[in-house]
Design a protein. Structure first.
Length: 132
């Protein structure tokens, strides 16, 4: 039932919100992942808890971000803008004009493909359209 309400609210935001199509999708995926047990850790560095302000690394196995000091070599480097966009989306503050909204969708696609072992073809096509 939570997922249905989340989907309906997201569709309303896309239809009636101002400048919120992509950002609403980012927020939808963050919340949907929480609901099914694949929550991203968006509270700073997964290891030390400090806000990340430099090189940023993401480990899809745990859904966590790491600062350069705590990175243990497992995962991949991402743009800091991506992590910041996801944090803003989680707080409901992301708009389509924000830097990183497409990068956030890309990371969510990567995470879903690798962690949940699911492909969302429509999301991949949307990302391709946004890059044109």
């Amino acid at each position: 039932q939570k997922e249905f309400v989340l989907a309906v609210n997201t569709l309303k935001e896309i239809a009636y919100g101002k400048n919120k199509t992509l950002s609403s999708l980012v927020q939808f995926f963050i919340n949907a992942l929480k609901n099914v047990g694949y929550q991203l850790s968006l509270n700073g560095c997964f290891s030390c808890g400090k806000e990340i302000d430099g090189r940023t690394f993401f480990d899809y196995r745990i859904g966590g971000f790491f600062c350069e000091e705590c990175f243990d070599g497992v995962g991949r480097e991402i743009n800091l803008i991506t992590e910041k966009a996801l944090v803003k989306a989680d707080k409901g503050e992301l708009t389509d004009d924000d830097a990183g909204v497409v990068k956030a969708l890309k990371l969510l696609d990567y995470y879903i493909c690798n962690r949940a072992e699911e492909k969302i073809v429509a999301l991949q096509e949307l990302i391709k359209l946004c890059e044109v």
